[in-house]
Each structure stands twice: as C-alpha cells, then as structure tokens.
Design a protein around this ligand. Structure first.
Ligand code: ADP
Ligand code: MG
Length: 353
C-alpha cells in the first residue's frame, strides 16, 4: 500500500508529471497556490492541467482526464460540482474513481494544537471502500412511487479494502482496526463485510481488531474519538464517518484525502467540498489542499520537499496562529500563503547547510 517512488509512471530526469484537475469553487485558486508553493520549493514535479467540467455534455473532457491520469499515474484534484436534478448524470468525481478503480479512500484526521475543536489528541485514519456498496449507481422505479436502490457488496472488493487497511496498519505502526458496519440490519451485505474483516484480522495477530455498529460508532466519535485508531468501512458509512472525523478536528478546510487503486492514486481534500460560496473571496482555508499536495509528494517519494512544505504549514497554523474564518480566525488565504513562504525560506536554508 501507498508505495513511494512509483517509477512506472512519467518521470523524466528525476522529475515527475502529475495530472491536475482544478475542479469547481475554490479548487482553481487553491491549486494556483499549490503551483506557486511547488515553484518556491523547487519541487521536481510538472503539473499537467486538464480541464474537467461539471457539464454532462462534456464526455471528451472526462476521457482526456482519464487518459492523462493513466499516463501519469497520479493526480491532484479539486472537487467537481454534482447537480442533483439530473438522474441520468453520474457524478464526474464518481466516474473518475470508478474508471480508475480507486478502491481505497484514506483520511488521516488528527488534532492540530491552536485549532479550536471539541476534542483534543485525536489521531485516526478513516479507510473507506470507494467503488461499490450504496454507490453502485443502480436505482430504478419498479412502479410509480416505489424505488429500489441497490447496495452491492462483493467478496472481491471487501477482501482488497480489508487487506489494504491491515497492511496500512502494519506499514504505519497503527495498533487497532475498527470495522464499522450495520450487520444487525443488513445481514447479508454488511454481514459478509464483518465476517471477512474478522477473518482477515486473524492473519494480523499484532493488530487489535474490533467491530462497531455505525450508529454507535457515530456516537462514540462525538463522545470519545480518541479511542479510534483505524476505522474501516463500506462506502456510505465511510462518507458520513469521514465528515464527522473532519469536523472533529476542525472542518473541511483542514484535512486531505487520498484515493488509491492498484495502479493509480488521486489526492484531494478530505470532505470533497467545492466551497463554491467562498470562491474568489480569498477566505478559504488552503490547508486541506496543501496537505493533499504534501501527501502526493510523499507518495512520489519527494519526502524532503514534503517535509519543507508541511513543517512550514504547521508553523503558520500553530506558531503564527494565522487562521482563516472557518477555524475561528480572521486571516485571509493569501496571508497564510505569504507566511508559508517565509517559513519555507527558513526551512530551505536549513536543508542547504
Ligand atoms: P458550498 O459549495 O456551498 O460552499 P460545500 O458543500 O462545498 O458548500 O462546502 C461545505 C461547507 O464547507 C461550506 O460552508 C464551505 O464554505 C465550507 N468549506 C469547504 N471548503 C472550505 C475551505 N477550504 N475553507 C473553509 N471553508 C470551507
Ligand atoms: Mg459545494
């Protein structure tokens, strides 16, 4: 899992090329900041920007985006707006994940000192199955007023997401995996998930395993989130639980999200918002996008560059206490970015000595 320095993909003369999908809302301005940050830190990554519109007519856009990601192996993306009113239109975000078979969505949610939140000392990883379950896209109306939505569960997809979670635990020195389910009601589908997770846990005797029903898990998260280490779950519970987890450590502007398949990796914000109401106002919190870019650099094996950016970001948030309005401050995005450059300059000097 999360292998670094994937040499299979476009990497010329020690440089990498990654696909950038700016998305809607604050995506484009956030990715402009990331571009400047990469230039400032001399990151050997070329950004290949591909337009991907939210318009259902733009099929070619989607093909182009997929071709670019398949060539580069890696993408950094903002979220694309999804309209509710057209039942025939599959979300662009979902289409990308499905086509690239990005089966694992991973969010690392941890408390940051100085950022106001209800709880301290949270450090957990939410691992979500990202291709099936309630997101199968199979819905139909049998007769007027009766709709069936199919939640699809396959042993094959459960196997690989569970394997991913336990391997992740080993690789990153995590102690416990909690499988979150509703097997008391969804006896067959979630039952299969619960059973397979439990069986696999026996192969990983150093990792503690427990299971928790999703309603209780939600309550436990609000009451005592520190009890969780890795939370492993099917698609829709993962969507909801990851938003609770992000909310617990400060909201949508802070946490990044990673999507992995066998071949490709896509880095984005944890809660996958567009933040459309904030676009062009210089108010959005750039932290989640910057962290997504740092995750990407680590994945590509550029750990020195990743550290320079992430240590500097930590200083901006914790030492300078520059906070945007979403986390209770009154700083602008550009004030945070300017401060980031000042810290990066210091960090880069340290590297040279
Ligand atoms: P909208 O598109 O209407 O802004 P979203 O559903 O995309 O709403 O986002 C949910 C909420 O999270 C909104 O209030 C939005 O302003 C906020 N939000 C999303 N991203 C950020 C960010 N990077 N910084 C601050 N607030 C954010
Ligand atoms: Mg939005």
């Amino acid at each position: 899992v999360m292998s670094t320095g994937n040499a299979l993909y476009a990497r010329y003369g020690g440089r990498s090329t990654v696909t950038v999908l700016a998305g809607d809302g604050i995506g484009p301005e956030m990715l402009k900041h990331v571009t400047k940050i990469f230039q400032f830190a001399n990151v050997p990554v070329d950004l290949e920007e591909v337009p991907l519109s939210s318009q259902p007519t733009a099929e070619e856009d989607l093909d182009q985006a997929l071709t670019s990601i398949r060539r580069n192996g890696v993408a950094l993306k903002g979220n694309i707006e999804t309209k509710f009113d057209d039942p025939t239109f599959v979300s662009r975000n979902m289409a990308l994940r499905r086509e690239l078979d990005l089966y694992a969505n991973v969010l690392h949610c941890h408390s940051i000192p100085t950022i106001p939140s209800r709880h301290k000392d949270i450090d957990m990883v939410v691992i979500r199955e990202n291709t099936e379950g309630e997101y199968s896209g199979l819905e139909h109306q049998t007769i007027e007023g009766v709709v069936e939505s199919l939640k699809v569960t396959t042993a094959e997809n459960i196997e690989r997401i569970c394997r991913f979670a336990f391997d992740y635990a080993i690789k990153y020195g995590r102690k416990k995996v909690t499988a979150v389910h509703k097997a008391n009601i969804q006896k067959l589908g979630d039952g299969l998930f619960l059973q397979m997770a439990g069986d696999m846990a026996k192969e990983y005797s150093n990792i503690e395993f427990e299971s928790m029903i999703v309603d209780n898990a939600s309550m436990q998260l609000v009451k005592r989130p520190q009890q969780f280490d890795i939370m492993l779950m099917p698609n829709l519970y993962g969507n909801i639980i990851s938003n609770i987890a992000c909310g617990l450590v400060g909201g949508p502007g802070l946490v990044s999200g990673m999507n992995f398949g066998e071949k490709y990796a896509v880095f984005e914000t944890g809660t996958r918002n567009t933040g459309s109401s904030l676009a062009g106002k210089d108010k959005a919190n750039p932290t989640s996008f910057i962290r997504a870019s740092v995750d990407m650099l680590r994945y590509l094996g550029y750990s020195v560059h990743a550290d320079i950016i992430s240590d500097s970001l930590f200083r901006v948030l914790v030492e300078d206490r520059l906070h945007t309005p979403d986390i209770g401050g009154n700083s602008s995005t550009s004030q945070m970015i300017d401060a980031l450059f000042r810290h990066m300059e210091q960090e880069i000097k340290k590297q040279v000595v």
